[in-house]
Ligand binder design. Structure first.
Ligand SMILES: [Zn+2]
Ligand SMILES: [Zn+2]
Length: 154
């Protein structure tokens, strides 16, 4: 494939949001700390560990690594409708994505980097779970070209 053709395809793909099942295996905070842990497994898979703060309560929350699945395990019991904050458990950086709001409820959203795969953005309001995956890189995609037919596999 020529670079010119590749760029053309990528520019057409940019902005597409995927909602199929993706198992997260690598997740980083914005500073690059590894958020995956094998201390707590969800459906047999390593979970994504972040610090949760709600009012004066703090604890770990283990996020379900299966995209679109919400079997999170939280040490803090948060009632539905409450907005929480997520922080990196290693360097303490806030995972709140400035300038973005949940498209459903306008609450703040969090942001987790998936190296070479993209970004997970999720609502911080308990019970909303407006997850979506933003694809910011195509390194992990395989492109198959067959005449006019283009298939994208993640
Ligand atoms: Zn960090
Ligand atoms: Zn929301």
């Amino acid at each position: 494939m020529t670079d010119e053709l590749k760029n053309k395809i990528f520019s057409q793909l940019k902005g597409i949001e995927y909602d199929k099942v993706i198992d997260v295996q690598h997740a980083h905070c914005p500073k690059g700390c590894n958020l995956m842990t094998d201390e707590v497994k969800i459906n047999g898979m390593d979970s994504i560990m972040v610090d949760l703060k709600w009012k004066d309560k703090e604890g770990k929350i283990y996020l379900d690594p299966e995209y679109g699945s919400y079997n999170h395990k939280s040490e803090v019991d948060v009632p539905d409708g409450e907005v929480v904050e997520f922080f990196c458990p290693h360097c303490g950086v806030s995972l709140t994505e400035e300038g973005e709001k949940c498209s459903t409820c306008s609450s703040p959203v969090f942001h987790i980097d998936l190296p070479n795969e993209g970004t997970v953005i999720g609502c911080l309001k308990k019970g909303c779970f407006d997850h979506r995956l933003k694809v910011v890189s195509f390194d992990s995609m395989h492109l198959e070209l067959d005449n006019d037919f283009i298939r994208v596999i993640m």
